[in-house]
Every structure is written in C-alpha cells, then in structure tokens.
Design a protein around this ligand. Sequence first.
Ligand code: PRP
Length: 178
Amino acid sequence: MHSKYEIDEMISAKAIAARVETLAKEISEHFADTDKLVVVGLLRGSFVFIADLVRELTLPVEVDFLEASSYGNSTESSREVRILKDLRGEIEGRDVLVVEDIVDTGHTLHHVLHLLEARNPKRLMTCALLDKPSRRETDVKADYIGFEIPDEFVVGYGIDYAQRNRNLPYIGAVRFTS
Ligand code: PRP
C-alpha cells in the first residue's frame, strides 16, 4: 500500500452537477410511465451520487441499497464480489435502476445484475457516474454513464482510497508520491 499521495482534480463539482441533471432528465423520460422506480444504490461508493441523482428525478421513486464489495482496502479488484447487505424490498415486476459510482473491471455490476435479474424485475437498467472501459474484464456496460475516464485511480464524490476521501465534492485522480 502506498503511503503518500496527492489528489489532482479531474472532474469538478460543477461539471458533476450539470451531468447529473442531464442524466436525471434522460432517466425520467425513459421511465416516464412507471408507477414507482426502485433506485438501488450500491454501497458504499454510490451514496453521494444517488443522493444527488434522485433529487433531480421527476418520477415517484423508492430508494433501496445493496452493499457489494470486491476491493477491501486494496487498489486492485479481488474479482470476488461479496454481497454484504441485500435489498430491503422486493423487485419482482418492478422497474429498477441500479446506481453505481464507477464501473472498473465490471465484476461488481455483473454480479449484482445477475443476482437482480433472477428476481424477475419488469425492467432493470443501470447508471454509473464513471466508466473506465480500458479496465473491463466482463462484458457489462451501464445504460447511463456520466463520464468515461482513463485508467487512473480516482477518489471523491463517494469513492474512497482505503476508506478516505469519499467526502471530496469533486472527482480527483490519485498521484502516488511514494
Ligand atoms: C468499488 C466501486 C464499485 C466497484 C467497481 O467498490 O464502488 O462498486 O468497486 O469495481 P469493479 O467494476 O472492478 O467491480 P468497492 O468494492 O471498493 O466497495 P465500496 O463501494 O464500498 O467502496
């Protein structure tokens, strides 16, 4: 584990807010006919994004959370996704939007979608704030993507490095100095 690092701003809070507004508009149009959209945040990384996104949706929504973890305190994916907390509600026959902070190797989203598909939702779609396609090891791709980013280790807006920096209001790239 690296001990020293600096953080360079990559996506400003203002740019994130503008993109979240656009995504919410597109999602609201897509699900305009829904009774109630179940918005599922993948903990912990999505907690900031989902909070901003749902406040821009112009639909009746239910918010639920699922906690999946694959990284522990390392920067490398273990490729083993563990479900630490399941949904509270049922999703059978419901419209569901899974909200992820970042899709990196894709193992987390792939695993979660497989799990949720088996519960027979009416529609199951995905929204990721960040997408790192160059790191993909599965064929998963989010339906809605905020920003495509290069292969850099990022923090902020919910995303951590060793459980720090989730509270940064912007997305920053970590530059290790030792
Ligand atoms: C991170 C991130 C995504 C996942 C993406 O979660 O929040 O959920 O990894 O990586 P992948 O596409 O390679 O699977 P992490 O397991 O670190 O848990 P956290 O959300 O609690 O930080």
